[in-house]
Design a protein around this ligand. Sequence first.
Ligand SMILES: Nc1nc2c(ncn2[C@@H]2O[C@H](COP(=O)(O)OP(=O)(O)OP(=O)(O)O)[C@@H](O)[C@H]2O)c(=O)[nH]1
Ligand SMILES: [Mg+2]
Length: 301
Amino acid sequence: MSETPHRSGYVAIAGRPNVGKSTLLNQILGTKVSIVSRRPQTTRNRVLGIYNRDDVQALFLDTPGIHEASGLLNKRMVDEAVGALKDVDLVAFMIDARRERDPERDRLVLDKLIKAGLPVVLVPNKIDEIPKEELLPLIAAWAEAHEFAAIVPISALKGEGVGDLLKEVVSRLEEGPAWFPKDQITDATERFCVGELIRESAFRYLDQELPYALAVEIEEFDESDRLVRVMARIWVERESQKPIVIGRKGSMLKRIGSTARIEAEKLLGTKVFLKITVGVDPRWTRHRNAVERLGNFGGKS
Ligand SMILES: Nc1nc2c(ncn2[C@@H]2O[C@H](COP(=O)(O)OP(=O)(O)OP(=O)(O)O)[C@@H](O)[C@H]2O)c(=O)[nH]1
Ligand SMILES: [Mg+2]
């Protein structure tokens, strides 16, 4: 019998928008639990990913990007990210290794983490896209800024360095029990995850700003049959946005729906019937109630 003590704890993944936080979480878990897009401000609320091993349960919180926020939805997203720091044991602070010339905004995030009094592991990401010789000066410069618990450069996309990061993280967790069943990988409901997959698909196919003006509401989620039936509504802010989401003869909605359905079937391990309609609600990003309901905040039930 092994006498290794069981370790557990919460680890926040924090950083500016688009640095690769959700990509890292998915890479650690080997499954998509958090949606990813090319554009910043994809993640709107915290997503819990549970990394399980016989001797470890590390609870990773993927958070929205921290930035100077204006507008209710953005403010709410930053609050959500900073709020996630309250109860964690450790922070993985991600930066984009490709843009070391603009560290000011990363410093603003770091200041918030230092203020929270937490041990911070610095994680320069996207090293697959920089020449190796640029890495050392980058690390040296950051090491002067703060006494990090560790510095682990990675490529979240390719998986490079992620094992090293896990080792660093796990070694800093305290002895403790598993807080969730060992076969659970997230606390989000399937209903919530399917809504997120639709949002991810919309991010992929729609141009430019439109995804920011869009929210997904799951109106019906019926698992009583052999296949899961999902009725979803994509909300946009303006009447003029509706035809863009629908596309010519419904072609755009079809694309968004079919990619989301394939991903949902992977996630749920069963056939999915997905029907999406589009609605207009001019106020959803400006009104607290609508943001709560449609930004998927608190929409985990
Ligand atoms: N080349 C490269 N691209 C990456 C890497 N990690 C993430 N990306 C890309 O960076 C973009 C943003 O990734 P996300 O994981 O959505 O970033 P995020 O930090 O969660 O973004 P927000 O949720 O908007 O704050 C996507 O296009 C990813 O594919 C990496 O290691 N290398
Ligand atoms: Mg994200």
